[in-house]
Ligand binder design. Structure first.
Ligand code: PFF
Length: 456
């Protein structure tokens, strides 16, 4: 689907859901979710996360999609069209800033996947020594040349795909790799749960200890829900601007949220039992998953060498494509804005974001090596970008989208979108409940969680 230029529609609701799931399912599920669970105490965080998805992120998705489909334009254009002459349009610039920050640090983690894919080609991960698994990550992350070149390669791939308009090809490829990732993860879940000492990890995931869940944990759960569903920064808005009028926004949101949450949960059950089995600290932060995977694959390789090799290779190929379909959706927000609003040529827009993205990416990469002690607000540059984008920028972004639909758009227009011009059946009572939630419940809920996090 060419996002720029002639605004064609997604061929079917299924294609829209696939594209949305491609953006939503990525490193946020495989890498970020398990490390968040580990940092915020396990099962209680998972419950908070699911609650945030259902009660706040899902309605947030619906609001962002309503704006996109109504306006059929990018973020800046959408607000200029639906609220002409107002300041709402500045939301376009805010979305670009958020996308830009995320693309930069996301490329670091995407680079780790690329590095692990290359290592798995030579069998280094599946034939390694499980005891030395953690060292593999540490050595890679601490080497500036290796981590920066991998980050640059991932960001470069993202930029090239967006530039070359070969997203169609990538989307075809993901039709194979997504189901492949799903089955491989299920296989890893089974393997991981059978490792010695895995029981403690399973207990950690299913026995909630609410004393460990503070305001910070709730804010992290909400931020993770936004990050994982690609909300609050214009991606859903742009994709929805291509959605056909007859398609149901609510149904699309349910499918996106459902598949995204399922992937996150599976990933948690693939990683955490192995974390406990290997004796890795669950609160190890961003490195957690990449410290644990070599352990899993080395163990698998010990038991069944060929299977270990094949699974490792296929897994990282699938992770890399899932990461790319997410990063291109963020990069697209930046590029679309520069092309639509400032008349940039496509290659100019890509370059204009690639160069500063690469520079910020360097600082994020070095946060795991030579710059690990350089801290701002007690966080490394990588952690600060990660935290600021999901816990602050995406959260505020989603709040603005919800406020716009609840308080600025006409109720009749909201109803028209939710019922797809009357073609989707939605009882009056159900509509009124949704509308009430959008106006009165969700904005204060987001605000309260946000403020508790900022003020504590
Ligand atoms: N949802 C993606 C993930 O879970 O990896 C990350 C992401 C993509 C965030 C697109 C924001 C976005 F606009």
């Amino acid at each position: 689907m060419n996002m720029i230029g002639k605004r064609e529609n997604f061929g079917s609701q299924f294609t829209f859901i696939m594209a949305m799931a491609g953006s939503a399912i990525g490193l946020g599920n495989i890498w970020r979710f398990p490390y968040m669970v580990g940092e915020h105490g396990g099962a209680a965080f998972i419950i908070a996360y699911i609650l945030c998805c259902l009660t706040i992120a899902l309605p947030g998705f619906v609001c962002e999609a309503i704006i996109g489909r109504r306006a059929r334009l990018g973020v800046y254009g959408a607000f200029s069209k639906l609220a002409p002459g107002t300041k709402w349009k500045w939301m376009g610039a805010a979305c670009v800033l958020t996308s830009f920050i995320i693309v930069s640090f996301y490329s670091v983690v995407g680079g780790w996947s690329l590095d692990f894919l290359l290592r798995s080609l030579t069998g280094k991960l599946s034939h390694g020594n499980p005891d030395g698994a953690v060292a593999i990550f540490n050595k890679m992350a601490a080497s500036p040349v290796e981590s920066i070149s991998m980050m640059a390669a991932f960001l470069g791939l993202t930029a090239l795909i967006v530039l070359g308009g070969v997203k169609k090809g990538i989307e075809k490829f993901t039709k194979i790799t997504m189901p492949m990732l799903f089955f491989l993860m299920l296989l890893i879940v089974v393997f991981s749960c059978l490792l010695p000492g895995a029981g403690e990890g399973i207990r950690y995931l299913i026995k909630p200890d609410f004393s460990k869940l503070d305001g910070d944990g709730w804010a992290a759960a909400l931020g993770q829900a936004f990050f994982s569903m690609s909300l609050g920064m214009g991606t859903v808005l742009i994709y929805s601007s291509f959605m056909k009028k007859e398609d149901s926004i609510i149904k699309s949101g349910l499918w996106t949220a459902g598949s995204d949450t399922m992937f996150a949960l599976i990933s948690g059950f693939a990683i955490m039992p192995a974390v406990f089995s290997a004796g890795i600290e669950p609160s190890a932060g961003p490195p957690l998953v990449y410290e644990t995977l070599p352990y899993i694959f080395a163990k698998m390789g010990q038991d069944a060498p060929i299977l270990g090799y094949a699974v490792t290779l296929a897994f990282f190929l699938a992770v890399l494509t899932a990461a790319l379909t997410s990063s291109i959706s963020m990069f697209e927000v930046c590029v679309e804005h520069a092309v639509e609003q400032y008349g940039f040529k496509r290659w100019q827009a890509v370059l204009a974001f690639f160069v500063p993205g690469f520079i910020l990416g360097i600082f994020c990469s070095l946060s795991f090596g030579p710059m690990k002690d350089v801290k701002l607000f007690d966080k490394t540059i990588f952690d600060l970008c990660d935290y600021a984008s999901s816990n602050i920028l995406m959260t505020l972004g989603a709040l603005v989208f919800v406020l716009f639909v609840g308080w600025k758009m006409k109720k009749a227009d909201v109803r028209d979108e939710l019922t797809s011009g009357g073609t989707v059946r939605l009882g009056n009572g159900v509509f009124n409940v949704i509308y009430f939630l959008i106006r009165w419940i969700i904005p204060p809920a987001i605000l309260v969680i946000f403020l508790i996090n900022i003020l504590q």
